[in-house]
Design a binder for this molecule. Structure first.
Ligand code: FE
Ligand code: FE
Length: 189
């Protein structure tokens, strides 16, 4: 696609993120199965639910633009998940394997944080306030997941140094921006 405007770039970034989320949806069940630590598998399961919601938000952004969000492959995420698969296939000490799974998952979260941060900023620049709010909501979830993974990693590697970690099942927390955006498909005006 030819990039003539910020809007073109924005759409391309949304498609890239959509591909990334779809690849994560395919990969997470293997990570859940490979994880030994119960908090880690629960954290991955929660993030799988969140990821499905995040993909739905991108579909609705596409619908508002009357553009499809499919058709692009995020090669960066493919590479990160390939590394994640190497961690899934390792044998050895379960706690060390869990730490390796977390290292792979945190790379994924940081990549998503970079992508969603750019897309949110483009949406703001384009005056697409509803899009900016939902992209920020996803960005907040990715950052929370990253922090949770750090805490779980610390608890696995140094069990004495932590307070109990609670993985909440609720997927849809209100965002910092609190614009009252809902994940329900909206009626087209
Ligand atoms: Fe995501
Ligand atoms: Fe994520």
């Amino acid at each position: 696609m030819s990039l003539e405007s910020l809007h073109d770039l924005y759409l391309e970034q949304i498609r890239d993120l959509y591909s990334a989320e779809q690849q994560i949806i395919d990969a997470l069940p293997k990570m859940i199965e490979a994880a030994t630590d119960q908090k880690l598998s629960a954290g991955f399961s929660k993030h799988l639910e969140q990821t499905r919601v995040q993909a739905g938000r991108l579909e609705r952004i596409g619908q508002r633009m009357e553009e499809r969000v499919t058709g692009k492959k995020c090669k960066g995420m493919a590479g990160l998940l390939k590394e994640g698969e190497e961690a899934v296939d390792e044998d050895g000490n379960p706690e060390i394997i869990d730490a390796g799974l977390i290292a792979a998952a945190q790379r994924v979260e940081h990549y998503e944080i970079a992508g969603y941060g750019c897309a949110r900023t483009y949406a703001e620049a384009l005056g697409l306030d509803d899009d900016a709010a939902v992209l920020q909501q996803t960005l907040d979830e990715e950052a929370e997941t990253d922090e949770l993974l750090t805490n779980i990693s610390m608890s696995i590697l140094n069990p004495d140094s932590r307070a109990d970690i609670v993985v909440e099942r609720e997927v849809d927390q209100p965002t910092r921006r609190g614009r009252g955006w809902s994940d329900e498909p909206e009626a087209r005006a």
